[in-house]
Design a protein around this ligand. Structure first.
Ligand code: 5GP
Length: 184
């Protein structure tokens, strides 16, 4: 159950309490900054954004509205299953039905935590021979990193605490919050 009393008071999502962390305004300001940097870096190009669902849908939607360059976007979902490789897990992309050969790719991720997901997924994308590949992430938890990933466009570096809101969920809920809340 989600119990929202005011837009930035403590909230309860399922059984846990979350405190205000990043306001709507903070988030929009950083998303706009990322979009402006991309507008300038990709002037005259036509990048293809690949947004990783589910969590990145709000970030992708807001960022896209601030773009003034020509750009394409597609949404994919990553699924991991037990494979026969030494690492045990294999990650596949569902919905990557566009041709990325020779394209300038920008991956959109809600949050980079340990870096495991992108660490496994990026080499697979590189096999498709894009012209270039950069990463834009709204949030990053430097203390949680186990697989270092270079993030080219970052919204916020945050402490290693669980967060919800702005597309991020706790067990299915909280994605609709405009703000980001941190577990207390
Ligand atoms: P990584 O592979 O980098 O460890 O994890 C990335 C994924 O873990 C994110 O795309 C997100 O789905 C999930 N994740 C990591 N930290 C958080 C968090 O604090 N809150 C939520 N809601 N999801 C998180």
């Amino acid at each position: 159950m989600m119990d929202i009393k005011s837009s930035m008071a403590q909230i309860k999502v399922h059984d846990k309490m979350f405190g205000p962390f990043l306001s709507d305004q903070d988030i929009q300001q950083q998303v706009r900054k990322i979009a402006e940097a991309i507008n300038s870096d990709y002037a005259g190009l036509r990048p293809m954004f690949i947004a990783i669902l589910n969590g990145s849908f709000m970030f992708a939607s807001d960022l896209f509205k601030y773009l003034t360059i020509d750009a394409e976007i597609c949404f994919i979902k990553l699924a991991s299953y037990k494979g026969t490789t030494s690492s045990g897990q294999v990650i596949t992309a569902i919905g990557l039905d566009v041709d990325i050969i020779g394209k300038d790719i920008i991956i959109l991720e809600d949050i980079v935590d340990t870096g495991k997901t992108l660490n496994e997924f990026l080499p697979k994308l590189l096999h498709h021979q894009p012209a270039s590949m950069k990463i834009a992430a709204l949030l990053h938890k430097p203390e949680a990193v186990k697989f270092p990933i270079r993030i080219d466009y970052l919204g916020f570096s945050i402490p290693n605490k669980f967060v919800v809101g702005y597309g991020l969920d706790y067990d299915g809920l909280g994605r609709n919050l405009k703000e980001i809340y941190q577990l207390v």
